[in-house]
Ligand binder design. Structure first.
Ligand code: HEM
Length: 311
């Protein structure tokens, strides 16, 4: 891009992990688009400024727009691969679609700051949207999912996070944006904890305590990492950046699974491989112990895209 400034990404898309998170899902009231566009620009700008103000607590966040709402809000231009959530079902493995118009993702190492900002953001949007779902995520032990297994080990690292997560020159209007998929998974932990550790490890494909990857020949075809480790025809890996965190309370708890990626294809192929399997009857056995309650598809545009509509 000669003589052109790259659009700035929203900093929460590729941020490193935090201790706490707040997930706010909104639906927009009818006919508010004209007011909502500048309002979202203000929210994104505010989140961006707070990332500096609270840098020592690693505050970050992003604003994203639902696949089914995009055309109402930004009529006339659409990210090339933005599609509704790819709902799928096989046997008792269900990945339903529950869409929302807006998803605001906030994270910080201080829960008090997060609580304050979540309220401010909700106030900024007041009268334009309805808050329809809210969850709080937290770091569990040394970055473990509530199953007890370390989660995020094979995530892209360093600058590779941007390379994997952010749209590039392939879609010039949306450079610096990201396709976001969210699934709220409720775990059946009593069923999981009844399994001997070795059986749990066979389901994940890594050891539990030390988080060591199984040797390729020892990985069951039904293990989670076997099912999601996919390759393109040219042998390169299909990658996503996972920003998932455990959420919930004693009544209901699990993983808020969040994928950000420069393409929507990788998540869809991985989910297909988990639910439908490899065509030879091998689906992901992790799905016997957790249930997807939601499935939503969003696009998080670059900060500069959102600011085009500031007043
Ligand atoms: C890896 C847990 C859902 C994609 C892992 C690992 C764990 C885990 C423990 C191994 C450590 C690591 O590399 O992070 C879970 C749980 C899930 C879930 C508890 C839901 C209840 C998903 C979904 C997808 C996915 C829905 C994508 C559609 C991946 C990928 C890896 C991974 C790409 C890295 C595989 C590798 O390259 O080794 N997950 N996961 N996961 N998961 Fe999941």
């Amino acid at each position: 891009m000669e003589n052109q400034v790259m659009p700035r990404e929203q900093l929460g898309v590729c941020a490193e992990g935090n201790l706490h998170s707040v997930y706010l899902m909104f639906n927009a009231n009818d006919g508010v688009e004209q007011q909502l566009r500048p309002c979202l620009a203000n929210v994104a700008q505010y989140i961006h400024e707070l990332s500096d103000q609270y840098a020592d607590s690693a505050f970050n966040g992003f604003v994203s727009i639902g696949a089914n709402y995009w055309d109402t809000l930004y009529a006339g231009e659409r990210p090339a691969q933005l599609k509704p959530f790819p709902a799928m079902e096989a046997g008792n493995r269900d990945a339903p679609a529950i869409e929302f118009d807006l998803f605001i993702h906030l994270r910080c190492d201080r829960l008090d700051i997060l609580h304050l900002v979540a309220n401010e953001v909700a106030q900024m949007l007041e009268g334009l949207v309805e808050l329809v779902d809210e969850e709080r995520g937290f770091r569990f032990m040394d970055n473990r999912d509530l199953t007890g297994f370390v989660d995020g080990t094979e995530n892209p690292k360093g600058r590779n996070r941007q390379e994997v997560a952010l749209v590039g020159e392939e879609d010039v209007t949306f450079v610096g944006g990201s396709y976001v998929h969210v699934q709220k998974y409720a775990h059946n932990l009593s069923k999981w904890h009844r399994l001997p550790t070795k059986k749990q490890e066979d389901i994940i494909g890594r050891t539990k305590q030390d988080n060591i990857e199984y040797a390729s020949e020892d990985k069951p075809l039904t293990s989670h990492i076997k099912r999601v480790n996919l390759k393109h025809a040219d042998g390169s890996s299909m990658e996503i950046l996972r920003q998932s965190m455990p959420f919930g309370s004693v009544r209901e708890q699990g993983l808020m699974f969040i994928s950000v990626c420069r393409t929507s294809l990788h998540f869809e192929k991985m989910l297909e491989s988990m639910v439908h399997g490899d065509g030879a009857g091998n689906h992901d056995h992790l799905m016997h112990f957790t249930k997807a309650l939601t499935g939503s598809s969003f696009f998080a545009p670059s900060l500069d895209y959102l600011l085009k509509y500031a007043d």
